[in-house]
Design a protein around this ligand. Structure first.
Ligand code: NDP
Ligand code: MG
Length: 389
């Protein structure tokens, strides 16, 4: 990008999280081309204030209303507008002052503001996979209607997106999503039954927020990613495969109809897919460490252990059923992971809660947006009751 072109104005929804802070690192390193317009956080007021004082955006949102006064006072000497409450996320998402939303809120909470940005025709750099898991049909339909490009930030989907550049006339035969396998690769239920929060939070290759780190340990993350891929790349379930690749060097692959496979690879660093999404269609030069083949003489590939990591099978069931099943799967999983992080349930209970909730909530084949919200609420209540929360 040249300094002649106007700066891309960026809104980071979830700026205090793992993706949000890395997005700010990318913007800081490219401040000639990228500029922050909106920052949002849920409860981390201190970090939000620090970010706002550094980047001086047009507006910030602090979700937790109890933190509003503190943020307002801390930014009183600046022109930064301060908003609070859940609805203000949607209000700010519809502002005209930015072009690109980095959707980096975690979980279902990201859906409404992202949908609002889609309706406004913004470019969406999408990290919040739950948005597509819950209501992928509606989000993608609205993206087409409003010409809102959705550029994946999730590393696997960024890899596939990069493999597809220049291939618009060539149908995909299948995609191969790589999975590190997480910290419990090779373990069996008799080990997993005793796993505690702190152990599950140690991911071998990636440093991420707590929820996705647990999802990676249970393989639910890969299941959510299969559903995310279905919507992003318009695929049938049988075209989406998962392979365990413990080194996380190949970020995912596309096989075309001639059998040729394209892979995108590099060292695992989320700043790469983030900056790819922000720079697209251009690549942004950086000085990140480069991959060295001699340091990785072996790259391994393996079948997932579906019998032990049953979440993956449940997600595939949801993927194949469609309708509100993925939404229910996601809601039950969010509540169960939250309970696991609070040491209220065991590691294997997460799967049991998801499975029972999926059986209990009535199936809707073609939900409206309101029905997705209702299914989410019902599934959360059911899961919470199961766990006696
Ligand atoms: P974090 O938990 O680190 O950050 C989440 C962000 O969302 C924080 O800014 C948090 O604010 C905010 N937030 C949390 N709850 C709410 C809520 N109810 N309403 C509004 N804002 C909220 O998550 P990650 O950065 O790890 O992940 C973000 C998304 O990106 C997830 O969907 C994840 O699956 C996806 N992703 C993440 C990857 C990673 O490497 N981290 C890789 C690929 C995808 P506060 O800090 O104030 O709580
Ligand atoms: Mg991923």
């Amino acid at each position: 990008m040249s300094s002649e072109t106007p700066k891309k104005r960026i809104a980071i929804f979830g700026s205090t999280g793992s993706i949000g802070t890395q997005a700010l690192d990318v913007i800081r390193a490219n401040s000639n081309d990228l500029q922050v317009e909106i920052l949002t956080a849920q409860s981390n007021d201190e970090l939000l204030i620090k970010q706002a004082l550094e980047f001086l955006p047009n507006a910030v949102v602090i979700g937790d209303e109890k933190k509003y006064e503190n943020v307002k006072n801390a930014l009183a000497s600046t022109d930064v507008k301060v908003f609070t409450g859940e609805e203000s996320l949607e209000e700010v998402a519809s502002f005209d002052t930015y072009e690109v939303m980095i959707a980096a809120i975690v979980g279902f909470a990201g859906l409404k503001p992202t949908l609002r940005a889609v309706e406004k025709g913004k470019i969406i750099a999408l990290a919040n996979k739950e948005t597509l898991v819950v209501a992928g049909d509606i989000v993608m339909q609205k993206a087409i209607e409003n010409r809102a490009p959705i550029i994946p930030v999730d590393s696997e989907h960024s890899a596939i997106f990069q493999c597809l550049v220049g291939e618009s006339r060539n149908p995909i035969e299948r995609i191969i999503l790589t999975a590190s396998g997480g910290p419990f690769f090779g373990k069996k239920p008799n080990f997993l039954v005793n796993v505690k929060r702190d152990h599950a939070l140690q991911h071998p290759n990636w440093s991420m927020g707590a929820k996705i780190t647990i999802d990676s340990a249970t393989l639910m993350n890969k299941g959510l990613e299969m559903i995310e891929a279905k919507w992003l790349f318009n695929l049938e379930p049988h075209q989406i495969e998962v392979v365990i690749h413990p080194q996380s060097i190949i970020h995912s692959m596309v096989q075309f109809e001639d059998g040729s496979i394209k892979a995108q690879m590099g060292l695992p660093d989320m700043k790469l897919p983030i900056q790819y999404a922000l720079g697209f269609p251009n690549r942004i030069k950086n000085d990140f460490p480069r991959f060295n083949f001699k340091k990785y003489p072996v790259l391994n590939f393996d079948e997932p252990d579906y019998k032990t990591f049953r979440n993956l099978g449940l997600a595939i069931e949801a993927l194949k059923s469609g309708g509100n099943k993925p939404c229910v799967l996601n809601a039950a999983n969010e509540v169960a992971v939250w309970a696991f992080l609070k040491n209220r349930i065991g590691f294997l209970d997460i799967t049991a809660v998801v499975e029972k909730t999926m059986e209990a909530i009535h199936f809707i084949e073609k939900p409206t947006l309101q029905e997705y919200f209702d299914s989410d609420g019902e599934a959360r209540n059911f899961a919470a009751t199961l766990m006696k929360l």
